[in-house]
Write a protein that binds this ligand. Structure first.
Ligand code: 2F8
Ligand code: CA
Length: 277
């Protein structure tokens, strides 16, 4: 029952009771009571609404706090994401730098490897040249020693002289011819001597070289072995049991030269000999 009904009913009752005074006073009390109850209802309703408002307010405040907290969290996430992005960018930058440096280093390594290979080739080539030069130095040292020995020997012997036998004889008889005169068939162990003897002769002559003892092992009359020969092309060929050596004089012969003039012949052939004293 709302307040209007209450007042309406109360009014109706007032009209019904207009005839009696007792009934009038009783009606006034009821109206008062109704009014009082209506006021209480209003207070209760107001309190309820107030409570609802307070609850709503609390709810709104809590909601606001939650929203603010979530907003802060989102902000913090955003900051973190931004930091991650910056870190990723920086890492990408570093990666690009490192890739570039790696490429540069690879190129450098390639260049250095090529340079190293070139240096190795130069080194090998120089090593080969050095070996050749060392061999040459050794040869020249040996030659110098030989020349020194020859020089000493000549110094001991006194002046050297060469002469040619006057008769045509076998190699042995020609040697004997020289020995009879305090000499022996000539030993030729240098280019200079070969050229010199060659310039003296104008016919084929015996020299002091043979392989009579052992075929193929040429020995001089002082028993030393042959070191350097001045052979005609294709000689010695032992064509007909040929163990004794002549200095050939045939300037028209193909391949002949002052440094290419020796030939092996049968020792029995008769020719003059060059003696050395
Ligand atoms: O008389 C022997 C002599 O004969 C030739 O020379 C003329 C041989 N030469 C060649 O075969 C090229 C010599 O070797 C040989 O001693
Ligand atoms: Ca020969």
């Amino acid at each position: 029952m709302d307040s209007e009904d209450i007042y309406e009913n109360a009014g109706r009752r007032d009209i019904k009771n207009t005839t009696g005074a007792q009934t009038q006073s009783h009606g006034r009390d009821e109206a008062k009571d109704l009014k009082h109850r209506g006021s209480r209802c209003l207070v209760l309703i107001s309190v309820g609404l107030g409570l609802i408002c307070v609850l709503l307010l609390v709810f709104i405040i809590l909601l606001n706090i939650t929203i603010t907290a979530e907003r802060d969290m989102i902000k913090s996430y955003k900051n973190t994401v931004e930091e991650f992005n910056q870190t990723i960018n920086s890492l990408q930058h570093n990666h690009t730098d490192l890739t570039q440096k790696n490429l540069e280093l690879e190129t450098k390594v390639k260049d250095l490897t090529a340079e190293k290979n070139q240096l190795q080739r130069d080194f090998d080539s120089l090593n080969k040249k050095n070996l050749v030069l060392e061999t040459r130095v050794n040869d020249l040292t040996a030659e110098k020693s030989q020349l020194q020995r020859d020089f000493d020997s000549l110094n001991q012997k006194g002046p050297v002289c060469f002469f040619m036998s006057t008769e045509l004889k076998s190699w042995s008889d020609s040697r004997q011819y020289c020995r009879d005169r305090g000499a022996d068939l000539v030993i030729i162990n240098t280019e200079e001597k070969q050229k010199f003897i060659s310039s003296l002769v104008s016919e084929k002559v015996w020299i002091g070289l043979s392989d009579r003892e052992t075929e193929g092992v040429m020995k001089w009359v002082d028993n030393s072995t042959l070191k350097q020969g001045f052979w005609l092309k294709g000689e010695p060929n032992n064509a007909n049991n040929e163990d004794c050596i002549e200095m050939n004089f045939n300037r028209g012969k193909p391949g002949w030269s002052p440094l290419n003039s020796w030939n092996d012949l049968p020792c029995s052939e008769k020719k003059k000999g060059i003696c050395e004293k």
